[in-house]
Design a protein around this ligand. Structure first.
Ligand code: AVI
Length: 314
């Protein structure tokens, strides 16, 4: 883990256009900051998807074309606190569908907490926690021939470049059988006046979320980033449909990372790309899917059409 972090930090800071991988945002403090982000007034993403799960639960179930007589696996990639999924689980349980709920996560404690919470509310639900990497778990599940529904929510796919998303979806479909479904949550393209504040909140939580990665590198790789000289700067153009978060060096400075045994120079105004958050529409998704075995079978949006859950079939 630390070797991978070292390698990727070194790579990202050694290129002309510096970047750091956003997957490293999520240490303990990053997780706590992300929970705060999901509750921010400006961050509409989580609320919009939650609204879909709350108000259109039956439409979701119908769209998945489940046969009440056939046992299926409901596999959630990166389950988190399961808040949205709970709306669906409650309804599937009430309608007597026969299935195992399999939350997959790299955090064992997130899985343990989720199971305790769900056991309380839905005691008859069969929960099989799957700890590990998404693809390791899917590879293992290939053995059982139950029909599968994969949930990949929260616009997590938006943090991948289109090339990486294509590769991810292709690998996913390689682990599925014909007719299996992927229920994919994506943030939709919309004006900058709505998207930008979501990544530049007035309380500075998103700024702290980005700066936390520099702090993590200070702690784990013994670096000396001085956080007061890096400024959070989100950018978004509706025509690109990609929100980008940068940290900008506010002066010429040098940062030493002891565990890499290397110094990195920053000029005044130099940017580090910290994260991309891709927003989608049908044509962008279709162009990615054209290189995979998935096709769009349906789409459910919230009342403001901010967010969509697409039903993809292999
Ligand atoms: C997890 N992911 C979909 C979030 C997003 O909107 O890109 C992460 C995030 N970054 C800043 N705010 C939220």
């Amino acid at each position: 883990m630390i070797d991978q972090l070292k390698k990727e930090v070194d790579q990202g800071l050694s290129t002309v256009e510096k970047f750091l991988p956003s997957k490293y945002f999520y240490d303990k403090s990053g997780d706590a900051l992300f929970v705060k982000i999901m509750n921010l007034p400006e961050y509409y993403v989580t609320r919009a998807e939650h609204e879909i799960f709350k108000t259109q639960t039956y439409a979701i179930i119908k769209s998945l074309q489940l046969d009440p007589d056939i046992y299926f696996d409901l596999i959630e990639l990166g389950a988190g606190d399961g808040l949205k999924t709970k709306e669906l689980l409650r309804e599937l349980d009430r309608l007597n569908y026969r299935f195992d709920y399999m939350p997959v996560d790299i955090s064992q404690s997130a899985l343990d907490n989720l199971k305790v919470d769900l056991n309380k509310e839905l005691p008859s639900l069969s929960i099989q926690k799957k700890h590990g990497d998404y693809f390791e778990v899917l590879e293992l599940l290939k053995e059982n021939k139950h029909p599968k529904v994969i949930l990949f929510l929260g616009s997590n796919i938006g943090n991948m470049s289109d090339a990486v998303a294509t590769d991810f979806l292709s690998k996913l479909s390689d682990n599925l059988q014909k007719k299996d479904k992927l229920f994919l949550g994506v943030d939709l393209i919309k004006p900058a006046s709505i998207v930008l504040p979501a990544y530049n909140d007035s309380q500075g939580i998103t700024a702290a979320f980005n700066l936390n990665l520099l702090d993590r590198i200070n702690r784990e790789l013994e670096a000396n980033f001085d956080l007061q000289f890096f400024k959070h700067q989100p950018e978004y153009k509706e025509s690109d449909g990609i929100a980008k978060s940068y940290l900008v060096s506010t002066k010429a400075q040098q940062v030493y990372i002891a565990k890499i045994n290397k110094s990195f120079d920053f000029f005044e105004g130099e940017k580090i790309l910290m994260e991309i958050s891709r927003k989608y529409n049908d044509s962008i998704l279709n162009s990615i899917l054209s290189k995979t075995d998935f096709t769009i079978k349906g789409k459910i949006t919230d009342s403001k059409a901010y967010f969509a859950n697409y039903i993809l079939e292999r």
